[in-house]
Unconditional design. Sequence first.
Length: 313
Amino acid sequence: MKISVVIPCYNRANQIGRAIASVRAQTVPVGEIIVVDDGSTDNTVGVALSYGEDVRVLSQANAGAASARNRGIETACGEWVAFLDSDDEWHPEKIERQLDASNRFPGADLIFCDTMTRSAGQILMPSRFSLGGLYGAEVQRDGDKLLFGPDLFQRMITQSRVITSAVMVRGGLDGFSFPEDIWGSEDWALWLGLAKRYTFAAVDQILVTMYQQGDNISGTKGRLYRNDVKVLERLLECGELTDVERQHIRAVLQQRRVGAVYHSLVRGEGAEAREILRNIPPGNLGRLKRLAYNGFSFLPRKLACRIAALRGC
């Protein structure tokens, strides 16, 4: 069974070699490795090309991770498409274990696995699955293999543990494309869309190490929260939602809107905060807090950031 591996990258000359090496070290060889360079200005392309002809390198002008992944999907020839971020690493049995799951659950269209997070030699998060939200949604277990039912969709709205580097998707699925106008939450948006229509399975093993870099998107929470809001607003437009699902999405959306305002304010993004603030119903935010947030949004960016730093935000 041919597996296509898509590795999007931007200025990862110092990390991409580790990612490629981890793919080539799989106990079950993959069919093709597609590196999509998203307009790097360092030697990322040169490093990728040094791994030989079994690594295909595609280059494009900088357009973001979603665009790079979609370019890889369009050119992939495998029955399954697996993703690996250029600063992450697969454990040697990752593909083998996921193929075992596909054989056990032949109706599964997306298979993911557990992930650990490291930074500067320290383990920041030993297991994504341990955070909860997935085990209660399972409808069938076979050893370390899990098959999920329709209720996974609702759980993923608040409890998604599906990390892009841990995912393997059946090629050719309708709707299998990352939204390119979403930043940072584009993977969450895609998994939610697919979970509503297709069957998910997982391997309950840590088979991926995610490395937190200094330029990870978690450092820009305001922008990330605003994109979360966009994902949920768009999700509400889906005509296939049940009343319970729609109610749950609205509740989470209000929480993310308040979070988007707060995290935008502490980073001096006043105009962006006001735009979100206008969409928060009066009952979801107290009058005094709304006035305070609105006033804070007009402070100069440097002053707002300085105040936030003094408060430890």
